[in-house]
Design a protein around this ligand. Structure first.
Ligand code: ZN
Length: 680
């Protein structure tokens, strides 16, 4: 019996650690918040009953999260705790009872929207934004100041009568519309879409490239002022002040007297939240008066004077009509559930992703089942369960397909991967079309005159089977080509045909693509695991397609941030004669197969030096310093290794980085040293 309980505690602990890591560090959760909270609660209950089996590092005793490696780690002046949360009205009323027992009933609550984003702490000194820290593990977080400075609604300078030093905390988020647009762009360029706006906000703020961050439409609301309690009497009052200093504060805060009023606020927002342009996942309830907050104090994990009420994720039930299988550009097979259309969060849902064979087996989902579908901000709804009481008697166990639905080839499953693949790369229509579609996508060759299903027409007409075929097309071949396209969602069909104007646009687009820089051509080739960032790194390092095509495994992994998986994929790509033929033809067609020489090279004083920039600087911004390094022939690298030539350190460089540099005997120089260096 006790061994069983110990096993249960161990396995829950392991599972939650994994999910915590996925949620906070990778920003890619695989289970819903609700499931996560439930598991955490189960573990807590078991640990209370059997404390002898509790892992000292149990997920129940940490706030969650871990600090990511690439940013400087900084200690929070005041720990950044998360709030206790609940999904039940009963527990909310219990919270009210606990408070009344401690401080009587002469107090007010504030009710606020709980923004579904990414927590951040901003420090202003003499009115100037000097630091932005992520929550991290609650005790120390990542310094993401440069990234946060790209968010337009966050002021770099305060106005009015602000305190000398103040920390303001809040949430960074993405508006739903902006999120949807960004995901459409990502999908168009073959990148994995983000699951929801929260993940995309979190993923963005942890990006290493500030210019990329600036392109993402992030917004923020601030909801807590940490400062001298004597200065502000109440939480609501402190936020009023913050608004006067020019900080983005929501207008929806209400002050109420009773828990019934709190409940009224919650109910009204559970309905109204769909009308907001961004996601909220609940309501935050706080005791308004700071001295009462002080009296109530904290538990080990969270304040006693606040609670977050979380909304139920909306869920619907409907019948699973059939399962179909889609073949992607890389041959991966995705099972899709076709549903009896059902309304969910205001949109009609007809399909849900079933991810892979394991998910189907785990759910034991069968055609004819009544399934539960959840959306909760995610683009593609998912099936979260089955109503077994309503299962038809003759329902058959779902057997995953064995052959490709498009070309009939037997499917394979690679070791350690969940997906099945069709290995017929050169003969499977969706793979062939998918590769050409990837080649013309926005981040690759950007031939938008070939978008909207036109590649399918060219493929059906046997004109285009690979990217190189595009460059053999001429105007006369294109005029008059046509095809009837059926929209799978609406069932409507329409005829697409190439008129003269369309044909000319296509020809012009193809010609213009010959000026697209090498790294984008490389990305367009669609080598597995070579996304646009990796393509840039490879192009900068090897300079020419020839050099890359003959690079050895050792030479590939020696490139900063290129791992074994990518290296192996590059090697196997260039091992195929077919790929080399396509490259040869693209080269002959006049595409860019060499990296451009940097035009604005000012000097060679840093020629080939690998430099890590870390910390906050006085004269230059971090971005400008990186540009200066390149202008003088140096190379920016992300992390310290034995190959690093020196570290350019500003203020607040993380102690871990400093220790690493010392251990490896790498010189650490100041901003002034650097300026002297580049000035000869
Ligand atoms: Zn196939």
């Amino acid at each position: 019996m006790s061994a069983e309980i110990k096993n249960k505690i161990d396995s829950l602990t392991q599972e939650l650690k994994e999910h915590t890591y996925r949620y906070y560090v990778l920003a890619q959760p695989t289970i819903s918040d609700r499931e996560f909270d439930q598991k955490l609660k189960d573990l807590e209950t078991l640990e209370e009953a059997y404390p002898q089996y509790k892992d000292p590092n149990s997920p129940t005793s940490i706030v969650g999260g871990e600090v990511t490696k690439e940013f400087n780690t900084v200690r929070h002046d005041t720990p950044m705790l998360s709030l206790g949360n609940t999904y039940s009205k009963e527990e909310l009323y219990d919270f009210d009872q606990r408070i009344k027992k401690l401080i009587g009933d002469d107090f007010e609550y504030t009710c606020e929207l709980k923004f579904d984003g990414f927590a951040i702490g901003l420090k202003y000194r003499e009115g100037k934004l000097v630091q932005a820290l992520t929550r991290g593990d609650g005790v120390q977080g990542d310094d993401v100041t440069t990234n946060v400075k790209t968010i337009r609604s966050i002021p770099h300078l305060l106005v009015g009568n602000y305190p000398n030093e103040v920390e303001v905390r809040g949430e960074i988020f993405m508006h739903r519309k902006a999120f949807e647009k960004m995901n459409r762009d990502r999908e168009a360029s073959g990148e994995k879409p983000f699951a929801n706006p929260r993940n995309s906000a979190a993923g963005t703020i942890k990006m290493q490239e500030q210019t990329e961050v600036a392109k993402r439409p992030l917004d923020a609301f601030l909801y807590q002022v940490i400062g001298d309690e004597k200065e502000f009497r109440t939480h609501g009052g402190s936020l009023e002040k913050a608004r006067e200093w020019g900080l983005p504060v929501s207008n929806e805060l209400r002050t109420v007297k009773t828990i019934e009023d709190v409940w009224g606020y919650i109910e009204s927002w559970d309905e109204k939240r769909k009308e907001l342009s961004f996601d909220i996942d609940g309501i935050v309830v706080k005791v308004n008066n700071f001295s009462l907050q002080h009296d109530l104090g904290f538990t080990a994990k969270s304040p006693r004077w606040a609670i977050a009420y979380k909304f139920e994720t909306e869920r619907a039930s409907t019948r699973l009509e059939s399962i179909s299988y889609q073949v992607g550009r890389t041959g991966s097979i995705t099972p899709v559930a076709n549903l009896d259309p059902v309304l969910l969060l205001g949109t009609t849902v007809k399909r849900a992703s079933l991810h892979n064979a394991d998910v189907i087996a785990e759910l034991d989902v069968r055609v004819g089942d009544i399934v539960y579908v959840e959306k909760g901000g995610e683009i593609i709804p998912k099936i979260v369960g089955i109503n077994l009481d309503l299962r038809p008697q003759n329902a058959q166990t779902t057997e995953f397909i064995h052959v490709c639905p498009e070309c009939g080839t037997e499917l394979i499953r690679k070791e350690g991967e969940a997906a099945h693949y069709c290995p017929n790369e050169s003969g499977c229509p969706p793979q062939i079309k998918g590769r050409v579609e990837h080649f013309i996508s926005r981040k690759a060759l950007d031939i938008d005159s070939l978008g909207e299903g036109k590649i399918g027409i060219l493929y059906d007409s046997e004109l285009v089977k690979n990217p190189a075929d595009l460059y053999d097309l001429n105007f006369d071949q294109l005029v008059g080509l046509s095809k009837t396209i059926v929209n799978e969602e609406t069932g409507e069909s329409r005829l697409i045909s190439f008129r003269e104007k369309t044909a000319q646009k296509i020809v012009d687009g193809i010609v213009a693509s010959k000026n697209i820089p090498f790294h984008r051509v490389l990305y367009g080739l669609g080598i597995r695991f070579v996304g646009s960032t990796v393509a840039k790194k490879l192009a900068n390092h090897f300079k020419t397609i020839e050099a890359l095509s003959v690079a050895s495994f050792e030479e590939l992994v020696a490139v900063d941030e290129i791992g074994e998986k990518i290296a192996r994929s590059v090697l196997s790509f260039f091992a195929e004669d077919q790929n080399n033929d396509v490259i040869q033809r693209l080269k002959e067609a006049g595409l860019q197969m060499e990296a451009e020489k940097p035009e604005d090279l000012v000097s060679n004083v840093l020629d080939g030096k690998k430099i890590v920039v870390s910390g906050v600087f006085n004269t230059f911004s971090r971005g400008d310093l990186k540009k200066e390094i390149e202008k003088h022939g140096g190379k920016n690298v992300g992390s310290i290794s034995a190959k690093t030539d020196f570290v350019l350190a500003g203020e607040n460089m993380g102690p871990a980085k400093l220790a690493k540099a010392e251990k490896l005997g790498i010189a650490v120089i100041s901003e002034d040293d650097f300026i002297a260096m580049i000035n000869g």
